[in-house]
Design a binder for this molecule. Structure first.
Ligand code: NI
Length: 251
């Protein structure tokens, strides 16, 4: 398995050494760590240097765009020359927390899409309660980057719209929650060749550890739930998502 979106630098209860060790022991071969805050960019660079299974994505999360400066474009361009920087992310729109700077979110989102296109890197998209604007902006501005809808939270219909555009759907721990009916429907309907696995650790911990801190080793619970919902084997989910990860991220 590959955990395609995991903030291991934000895990507090265990050390990063332990996080990586637990993941490897539970069959996770690679971890992709996004930046969210501008300060994460340097942390991601040191993690990819230190840990062989760790790969990185660079970008600024929509809730953190108040700290955006155009200098970051040059920094990300320079850092993305590193062979283990494999995507731009996580970037997008978040209308859940604070709607007072939606226009700034859109502006910075578009700048980072253009940067990903220029660097020819895939993009990990954060879309929270902003499906329509996220879709419209991607459709208008993205030219050549592969798109991954990280922590997908839309309906089956929205999932189908994304699939039509050639985008990928990344599913995490929410699918294991009993009341996540919409998410389970998406998990059943998503084409297997467009599915990616992730944890978004330290958030959204899957059952049976819901309520505790998440870590990449728990991606297996997501894969198990996917297999159960789709009435297939764990191996089929594992093989398909590994292949998809390779196609999108080149690892
Ligand atoms: Ni995230």
């Amino acid at each position: 398995m590959i955990d395609t979106h995991t903030h291991i630098n934000m895990i507090e209860e265990i050390s990063i050494d332990e996080v990586v060790k637990n993941a490897i022991e539970d069959g996770v071969t690679k971890l992709i760590v996004p930046s969210a805050y501008p300060k994460d960019i340097d942390e991601v660079m040191s993690l990819v240097e230190k840990y062989p299974p760790v790969y990185g994505m660079l970008g600024v999360h929509p809730t953190e765009v108040k700290d955006w400066s155009d200098d970051l474009i040059y920094k990300i361009k320079e850092y993305s020359k590193h062979p283990k920087i494999i995507a731009i992310g996580e970037i997008g729109l978040d209308y859940y927390w604070d709607k007072s700077f939606n226009d700034l979110q859109k502006e910075v989102f578009i700048k980072q899409i253009k940067l990903a296109n220029e660097l020819n890197l895939p993009i990990s998209i954060h879309d929270r309660e902003a499906h329509k604007d996220t879709y419209d902006i991607l459709k208008e501005h993205n030219k050549n980057s592969e798109i991954v809808m990280h922590c997908f939270s839309g309906s089956v219909e929205f999932m189908r719209e994304c699939i039509k555009e050639g985008w990928y759907i990344a599913i995490g721990g929410v699918v294991t929650f009993k009341n996540a009916v919409k998410m389970k429907d998406v998990a059943i309907e998503v084409p297997l060749d467009r599915l990616l696995l992730e944890t978004d650790a330290p958030y959204l911990t899957p059952v049976p550890y819901r309520g505790k801190e998440n870590q990449p080793a728990y991606v297996k619970f997501v894969a198990e739930e996917m297999a159960k919902l789709r009435e297939t084997t764990f191996e089929e989910i594992d093989n398909a998502t590994m292949e998809n990860t390779k196609r999108v991220f080149g690892i």
